[in-house]
Design a protein around this ligand. Structure first.
Ligand SMILES: NC(=O)c1ccc[n+]([C@@H]2O[C@H](COP(=O)([O-])OP(=O)(O)OC[C@H]3O[C@@H](n4cnc5c(N)ncnc54)[C@H](OP(=O)(O)O)[C@@H]3O)[C@@H](O)[C@H]2O)c1
Length: 340
């Protein structure tokens, strides 16, 4: 028997800051699974800043979303009907088929989630793609060494908060920037970083970064771009590394970004500025889980999440990423978890 599933489709390619009217809520009929397939009911879905790039019609490391088609993204759901020998009814699965209530899929692209490892939604955040991004960017791209001086932008977010606490666990001096006093307070008191800068109220960001790093920066974890990157380059030590994870400040820009005007300093200081995409670092998953399975039970890896209820509110949740209304991982609760 088929089920009716609400889904969010791209109605128009956003220009500048996306609007709710760029999205449409639609209903689709989902047929029964065939041999080798499962029917999944989503419980949680993720909205992530990178999805903004997929809303543009351009070549990139992931194909663009298509107008009139449902969006895609990380989701945790439960198998409700199985014709696959790899999954049974009741299994929790991680997929890239978010933005919808139900879907049918073969086993490829589905990963079982162990609810004993943590709350299932954590597999979209601290134990999921954002957590692995933090780990790969800091440890492999940033080549972190114990005791170094680390600067993190968008530090209270899904990725940034994990970067901050990983660096602290490696004995580093850590400074993060965030866009509200609440976020800064959490970073210092809960995540345990050495100093948080509210980049919206600090006045001169460059001066604030300079004051926070009397011994300079060894690793900069870049999530924002623009003035943050410029300040970081100014105070990076010789042979320092910048892991270029994202530049959210530019995702909705309609004009070319002014960019840092001090890139020439990368030459004299022998800086390494390296971009990266998490999907090229999935081989680090076992190391990442090993580190998290020590830090989480020891209370050394905390996280925040902001939840919008109902699939209809997924566009709103997505838009909130660009105004900093999320505190930690931004999630949408799509359905109930019978185990909770
Ligand atoms: N390379 C990869 O493979 C990869 C994978 C995942 C994520 N990323 C990137 O990592 C970064 C963080 O992602 P996330 O999922 O952890 O998101 P997040 O930090 O949880 O949420 C986004 C945050 O960015 C900040 N922000 C938004 N607009 C801004 C602006 N114009 N200027 C400064 N800050 C702004 C806001 O925090 P404030 O209140 O602090 O401003 C907002 O809460 C993004 O750049 C994302 O694209 C990259």
């Amino acid at each position: 028997m088929s089920v009716t599933s609400k889904e969010i489709r791209l109605a128009a390619r956003p220009v500048g800051m996306p609007k709710e009217s760029d999205f449409e809520v639609a209903e689709a009929t989902i047929a029964d699974p065939k041999d080798g397939e499962v029917l999944v009911r989503n419980i949680w879905m993720s909205v992530d800043p990178y999805m903004r790039g997929r809303m543009m019609d351009r070549e990139s490391y992931v194909p663009p979303f298509q107008i009139g088609k449902p969006l895609e993204g990380g989701a945790i759901g439960q198998v409700v009907k199985s014709k696959s020998d790899k999954f049974k009814e009741g299994d929790y699965v991680n997929s890239m088929l978010g933005w919808r209530e139900y879907f049918v899929s073969g086993a490829d692209g589905l990963t079982k989630v162990d609810p004993n490892m943590g709350p299932i939604e954590a597999f979209l955040g601290v134990l999921g793609m954002p957590g692995l991004t933090a780990y790969a960017g800091l440890m492999r791209v940033g080549e972190l060494k114990d005791g170094e001086n680390v600067f993190v932008s968008a530090a209270s977010g899904a990725v940034g908060s994990v970067v901050c606490q990983l660096a602290k666990a490696h004995g580093c001096y850590v400074v993060g920037s965030a866009g509200s006093d609440d976020k800064c307070e959490w970073l210092e008191k809960e995540a345990g970083i050495d100093k948080a800068i509210n980049y919206k109220t600090c006045g001169d960001l460059d001066a604030a970064v300079k004051a926070a790093f009397p011994k300079g920066i060894d690793v900069y974890f870049e999530n924002v771009g623009g003035a943050h990157l410029q300040a970081a380059i100014n105070y990076m030590n010789p042979f320092a590394r910048a892991a270029l994870c994202g530049m959210i400040e530019q995702y909705n820009a309609t004009e070319p970004a002014p960019g840092p005007n001090n890139l020439i300093m990368a030459v004299g200081k022998s800086l390494k500025l390296q971009g990266f995409i998490v999907s090229n670092h999935f081989d680090l998953l076992p190391d990442f889980y090993a580190e998290m399975s020590k830090l989480i039970p020891a209370g050394k890896m905390k996280w925040q999440q902001t939840v919008e209820e109902g699939i209809e509110n997924a566009p709103k949740a997505f838009l909130n990423l660009f105004t900093g209304k999320n505190f930690g991982k931004m999630l949408v609760k799509v359905g109930n978890d019978p185990a909770v």
